[in-house]
Design a protein. Structure first.
Length: 86
C-alpha cells in the first residue's frame, strides 16, 4: 500500500470553483487500490482522462462531497484517479 505525507498534497482547481486535494504521481509507479495520506485511508473509485475531465470529474467530486465523502485525486501523466476517504 502506498503511503503519502500531507506535504505531498497540493490542490487541483476544477470548473465551478471546486478545489480538491491532489497528489502528482507522474513516475512509472502505479497507485494502489487503497492508499494512505497523512494517516487517512483512501480507496480507489474510478479514473478520468485528463483531456476532457472538465465534463466528467467535477460532477463526481460534487456528488462525493454532497454525500459527506472526502475525495482526493492522484494525477498521472494521462489520467486522474479519484479516491474517496474510507
Amino acid at each position: 500500500m502506498l503511503t503519502f505525507e500531507d506535504t505531498d498534497v497540493d490542490e487541483l482547481g476544477l470548473d465551478g470553483g471546486l478545489v480538491v486535494p491532489r497528489i502528482r504521481m507522474t513516475g512509472d509507479a502505479l497507485p494502489d487500490v487503497e492508499i494512505v495520506v497523512g494517516g487517512r485511508l483512501y480507496a480507489y473509485e474510478r479514473s478520468y482522462p485528463i483531456k476532457g475531465h472538465g465534463a466528467t470529474l467535477p460532477p463526481h467530486i460534487r456528488g462525493a462531497l454532497d454525500e459527506g465523502k472526502k475525495p482526493l485525486v492522484i494525477e498521472r501523466p494521462e489520467r486522474f484517479y479519484l479516491y474517496i476517504e474510507k
